[in-house]
Design a binder for this molecule. Structure first.
Ligand SMILES: [Zn+2]
Length: 151
């Protein structure tokens, strides 16, 4: 298993590196992951948990790393629930297009007419809701505040 190797061409490796070097902000950085605000806010509060190492399959993670990152994903879900009070959280880890392990944590709202469908059912609307710098900072600090209050 190729593990922990930085890939120059991988946007998620680049994001992790920039956050670790404090050149880019994030919701939270743990031993195992960085959490960033999603690229759109069609679903208010949408975040992504990105593994700190370039690995394709979650079953290839060393067990302690797997436990740690699962804990991170759950913490973010709980924090989004607390801040945004969605109807449901959708956790998605597919990796077909980005072969660097990550989770999309999508808050879903009953007001969304497609709320029984998977989040990409509304993909045609994502571009209309591209996350602005202002939204990014707002979501980031709202979730971070909840996380740090619980530590
Ligand atoms: Zn990568």
């Amino acid at each position: 298993v190729e593990y922990a190797k930085f890939r120059e061409e991988c946007p998620l490796c680049q994001a992790v590196e920039q956050i670790s070097a404090q050149k880019k902000s994030c919701v939270i950085e743990t031993d195992h992951s960085v959490v960033i605000v999603g690229p759109h806010q069609l679903y208010s509060g949408y975040c992504m948990v990105v593994c700190k190492t370039h690995i394709r399959e979650m079953h290839d993670l060393p067990p302690l790393h797997a436990q740690g990152i699962f804990h991170d994903v759950m913490r973010i879900g709980a924090a989004i629930q607390q801040v945004y009070n969605p109807w449901k959280i959708n956790y998605a880890s597919l990796g077909n297009q980005q072969e660097h392990l990550h989770w999309h944590v999508f808050p879903r709202y009953e007001s969304d007419s497609n709320h029984l469908e998977n989040p990409w059912k509304n993909e045609h609307e994502f571009a209309k809701y591209t996350t602005t710098r202002e939204q990014y900072l707002k979501v980031e600090s709202a979730i971070r505040n909840v996380l740090t209050a619980k530590c």
